[in-house]
Ligand binder design. Structure first.
Ligand code: C2E
Ligand code: MG
Ligand code: MG
Length: 731
């Protein structure tokens, strides 16, 4: 491997002592002695053996830097010793010193692996030079060997690191073909190293990404512009059972790569690329999921408000360019709250899911249906022929809500209110369009729900009136703008007033007398109702004090309570206290609540209503038959009275022999041994029909509208008038 003359020259330059351990093998003591001073001078430790056998046994035990060997030993020849040394695998250089002048002896010795051959007699310098060269050579070989071992070791370390790396590591040749891939590739994409070596990188790149992969996978640059953090997809081997099952037919990676040049510093020719690719499929999947969740509603899987706005923004841009119309609809479910409150959120959620499935059925290609709130949906309907077309579509959506919703053992009925805004007439921005549709939807609600309306500019004014109402409502109590009316409840058998229902109105400085339906829901929403109810209790009990004192102590006070009232912790105490202030006992009160109030927080309601009932109050279910509830609650609550809703009473028209729902409700009251009050009795036919079905107490315009306090007092004083007018007086 190395030419030893080269080392000889180097050694010649150095005259410093060399040092080391020398073994002299010679059977001539005089000759050995003559060498000693010379070797000492050069810093060698010396050991002497006078026979081949001794020398070999010493060599087995100790390590030497050099052996000086005579060819003629007493017991064996120097050649024999050489052979043994070889067999023993001892690599110490040997210099033969011999008196044999023949060239053959020298050749034999050298063939046996001897490092040098010095003939006797010799000049001391000649021997020293041979020794120094031999020692140098040994040292260099040893150093070389060490470097080799270290290299080998670090190569093993790198190979291990590369192969066990979680990343894909590769090199390409200048044509873009794989020259190296680590073992990771198999796990990652299902191809073996052997399959890929020699193949062009594009064999591994997902088709759609091939264009992007160009000059990225096979990067030529080495500077800061090199490819890093580039996302690409790699193809996976599919349908091969021996490999892992890949969910997708690709994995997503981020890539870093660099050009490879022949000499350091990049001066030489381009010889390929080396790169590292990390599998980020899991991260990608998580990102996609997060992205999906950010734009979709978890319950129904429909687009959410954010995505809807996005799409609406696009629709506006597109319609602007193509001069087209499109519709935005705002759909709010009616009575959803009732289902939620009475059946629980679980069923409420179920219902929303069914609603979204049903609505989806009617969607055309390109339409967007989004859930934007609890029971609120937005619709985007592009490419509209006319506003009428939008109305027809809205009707189709509403149709989907007509059939009952089966929620396990329950059946729920709901409807929807839809407001429609048309681009560009009702708004030119997403926000304006949604707002217009929202306002139109509110108008549907105010006008009795279950329908659709196109937005028009006048709606704005009404809407703002409603909004400002909220602020005004807060001030109305302090400004003393509420007023109570009383509607008599009459016993048609005995022709007497048995009760008075207090009905609130708002004397608005601008709008005049505002009916309760227009502000009670708002008061309930804002929580103001609790203070209003207290006011009603206070005012009505003051009035009843007066009527009691006038001798009408038997007339019962009927009061309407909202769910929020009953939910109050101190509900019972508050009612008692307010009545008590005017000396009215609980037994003078009839509590009117609706079915939905009963359904909310049942356990609590039951115990509170029981407390009132135990104090002598009557408990009445108002608007009976319109709420969503089961009859079983009638048994659980301390209910005395059913108020049959006026909508059923109105079903009784001239010449009708039978109104099944009225008959059914009267039968329920009878069966549960409850008192029945009919509301909204307007005609004598209705009165007669109800009377014939066993209903004794009635309330309605036939007898009297709700009256001011003065009118009501008059009515009490002149009761006969009511009955004469209604034609129900006993003659
Ligand atoms: P409600 O308790 O069912 O009251 C009966 C409603 O029917 C009253 O409407 C009454 O004026 C009306 N009415 C009575 N007889 C007839 C009739 O023959 N024909 C027709 N078409 N209607 C008739 P009003 O006064 O507008 O009250 C509406 C609702 O507002 C009440 O329905 C009640 O739920 C609520 N409300 C009224 N006052 C209060 C109150 O002080 N507190 C609470 N929480 N709610 C109240
Ligand atoms: Mg009532
Ligand atoms: Mg009612």
């Amino acid at each position: 491997m190395f030419d030893h003359h080269f080392f000889r020259d180097e050694a010649a330059e150095s005259s410093l002592p060399v040092g080391g351990k020398v073994l002299m093998v010679d059977d001539e003591p005089r000759f050995v002695e003559s060498l000693r001073p010379l070797l000492s001078l050069k810093g060698f430790d010396q050991q002497i053996c006078n026979s081949g056998k001794n020398a070999l046994s010493l060599l087995k035990r100790e390590k030497f830097d050099l052996i000086l060997l005579d060819l003629n030993l007493g017991d064996m020849t120097g050649h024999d010793v050489m052979e043994q040394i070889k067999l023993l695998g001892i690599e110490t250089p040997v210099i033969v010193i011999s008196g044999d002048n023949s060239i053959d002896a020298a050749i034999d010795a050298l063939r046996n692996g001897v490092y040098d051959f010095v003939r006797k007699p010799f000049e001391p310098e000649q021997l020293i030079r041979a020794i120094e060269n031999a020692v140098y050579k040994t040292r260099l070989e040893r150093a070389n060997q060490e470097i080799h071992e270290k290299l080998e070791q670090s190569r093993n370390v790198y190979r291990y690191l590369v192969d066990s790396s979680p990343d894909l590591i590769y090199t390409l040749d200048e044509n873009g073909c794989f020259t190296f891939v680590n073992e990771r590739v198999e796990m990652l994409v299902g191809y073996t190293k052997e399959e890929l070596l020699g193949k062009h990188y594009s064999a591994l790149v997902y088709e759609e990404d091939i264009d992007r992969a160009k000059y990225v996978f096979n990067e030529r640059r080495t500077d800061h512009r090199t490819t890093h953090n580039i996302e690409l997809r790699l193809k996976c081997r599919l349908g091969d059972e021996q490999f892992r099952h890949f969910e997708n037919n690709f994995v997503t990676i981020v890539l870093k790569s660099k050009g490879l040049y022949d000499s350091h510093g990049g001066g030489g020719p381009f010889i390929g690329t080396y790169g590292v690719a990390r599998d980020i499929s899991d991260r990608k999947k998580a990102e996609e999921l997060i992205h999906y969740q950010a734009y979709h509603d978890a319950l129904t899987d429909l687009p959410n408000r954010t995505l809807f706005k996005d799409r609406l923004g696009l629709a506006v841009e597109q319609a602007k360019r193509s001069n087209e119309q499109f519709a935005v609809m705002f759909l709010d479910l009616d009575r959803f709250k009732l289902v939620n409150d009475s059946l629980g959120h679980h069923f409420g959620d179920e219902l929303l899911k069914i609603v979204s499935t049903r609505l989806k059925k009617v969607l055309r290609k390109g339409d967007t249906l989004a859930r934007v709130g609890g029971d609120e949906f937005n619709l985007l309907l592009p490419k509209l022929k006319s506003p009428d077309h939008a109305r027809k579509l809205a009707a189709k959506f509403l149709d989907q809500l007509v059939s009952p919703f089966k929620l396990e053992e329950h059946e729920a009925y709901i409807s929807g209110s839809i407001g429609i805004a048309i681009y560009p007439d009702h708004g030119e921005t997403p926000e304006a369009l949604i707002k217009s549709a929202d306002i139109a939807m509110y108008h549907v609600k105010w006008e009795g729900k279950n329908g659709c309306m196109l937005y028009n500019k006048n709606m704005n004014e009404v809407f703002h009136r409603k909004l400002s109402m909220e602020n005004e409502l807060r001030r109305a109590l302090d400004a003393d703008q509420f007023i109570l009316y009383y509607q008599p409840q009459v016993d048609v058998i005995n022709s007497s007033i048995v009760g008075m229902e207090a009905l609130i109105r708002w004397q608005h400085p601008e709008y005049g007398l505002v009916p309760p339906n227009e502000f009670i829901p708002l008061a309930e929403e804002t929580g103001l109702i609790v203070r209003i109810t207290e006011w009603v209790l206070k005012k009505s009990s003051e009035q009843f004090r007066l009527w009691h004192d006038m001798g009408f102590g038997h007339v019962r006070l009927s009061l309407n309570f909202s769910p929020q009232d009953v939910e109050r912790k101190d509900f019972v105490g508050m009612v008692k206290k307010q009545l008590g202030l005017n000396g009215i006992g609980l037994d003078g009160l009839e509590v009117e609540i609706t079915e939905s109030t009963l359904m909310r927080d049942m356990e609590n309601s039951i115990s509170k209503l029981k407390a009132l009932a135990n104090g002598g109050s009557k408990i009445a279910v108002d608007d009976f038959g319109t709420g969503y509830s089961s009859l079983s609650y009638l048994k659980r609550f301390p209910i005395n009275t059913i108020k049959i809703d006026k909508s059923f009473v109105h079903d009784v028209t001239d010449g009708m022999s039978e109104v099944p729902i009225v008959t059914a409700i009267t039968a329920i009251a009878d069966g549960f041994k409850m008192r029945l009050i009919a509301e909204g009795v307007e005609t004598s036919e209705q009165m007669e029909y109800l009377k014939s079905r066993g209903c004794q107490v009635m309330q309605g315009f036939l007898f009297s509208r709700p009256l001011s306090t003065i009118e009501a007092t008059n009515a009490l004083l002149n009761q006969q008038n009511l009955f004469i007018r209604s034609g129900s007086a006993i003659h």
